[in-house]
Ligand binder design. Structure first.
Ligand code: GLN
Length: 282
């Protein structure tokens, strides 16, 4: 059945409903395109096109969920990272632009076409897939403890023709224990929020994104400590460990590296925060 409203009218309704949000105009458009399953070009060319009642109801439901704080990416099922569209679901962290610093770092240090890379806690697979796009001959493995997250990551790999990425369900390095496998790069955007910081997180993050992808014990450093302690065993000498850290963690993280590590460096994100730590296995 056709609704009495046109796409343009619904769009304006959506803007009014989302009115208090800083990105109301953009969000109303993104949700309308999703609900009505039209492209932006078609919407702009024919805003007077009548909308089906089903699409109208879907749109109003999406706007309602957005007002409840559900992240936009979970409503559209998409998020761009490294200029690549990724599929996302509430089982994975929404890829963040600051994580692109990590991808840049790996590309800056890669010297061979066929580097072997392990992505620990791959989530949506954004890091592994971005690296696979840039280094098509790289041998990439990606692990996550969540089977649901791996399903999303595998879909993203297939979507972007990165079928050569191998995925494993495991905690940290357990899939490789005793195998003798050594990587050139181990990369990770681990959980790094402390229990104390948890309550202060924006509700959009705290109430909707996977807790397991964010929270890392009392200190926030639980996973980072384990990464640093164990990564050496799975890196070839001269290989790199590259991972993301949270605000204010740099000094504490740097103090965790022992004598096995050299060339320990920090990279800053666009907001001026120390965001990515690189260390080389001596
Ligand atoms: N690797 C994914 C990302 O960077 C997931 C990270 C995570 O779940 N902590 O977005």
């Amino acid at each position: 059945m056709e609704s009495k409203k046109t796409l343009g009218e619904l769009y304006r309704n959506g803007i009014a409903l989302l009115g208090d949000r800083p990105q109301a105009v953009l969000e109303a458009k993104v949700l309308l395109l999703r609900a009505a399953a039209v492209t932006e070009a078609r919407f702009l060319a024919a805003p007077d096109k009548p909308c089906s009642s089903k699409a109208e109801a879907f749109f109003l439901r999406l706007v309602g969920r957005r007002l409840d704080g559900v992240p936009l990416a979970y409503l559209t099922g998409k998020k761009e990272f490294w200029s690549i569209p990724f599929e996302v679901s509430p089982s994975v962290l929404v890829p963040r632009p600051e994580t692109e610093v990590l991808v840049e770092k790996v590309l800056g240090l890669a010297t061979r076409e066929d580097e072997s890379i392990l992505d620990v806690g791959t989530g949506s697979g954004c890091i592994a897939v971005a690296l696979a796009k840039e280094l098509p001959r790289a041998r990439i493995q990606a692990v996550d403890i969540s089977e649901r997250a791996l399903r999303v990551a595998r879909r993203n790999a297939a979507l972007h023709k990165a079928g050569h990425i191998q995925f494993h369900r495991c905690s940290l390095f357990s899939a490789f224990r005793g195998t003798g496998v050594r990587f050139d790069f181990i990369v990770s955007n681990p959980p790094y929020i402390s229990r104390g910081e948890w309550d202060g997180l924006p509700p959009e993050v705290r109430d909707f994104e996977p807790r397991r992808a964010l929270l890392a014990g009392e200190s926030g450093l639980e996973l980072i400590e384990r990464l640093i302690r164990r990564a050496g065993t799975f890196l070839r000498p001269g290989g790199y460990l590259i991972f993301e850290i949270g605000d204010g963690q740099r000094d504490r993280v740097l103090s965790l590296f022992g004598k096995r590590w050299t060339e320990i460096e920090t990279a800053w994100d666009l907001a001026g925060q120390p965001r990515v730590i690189t260390a080389r296995r001596a």
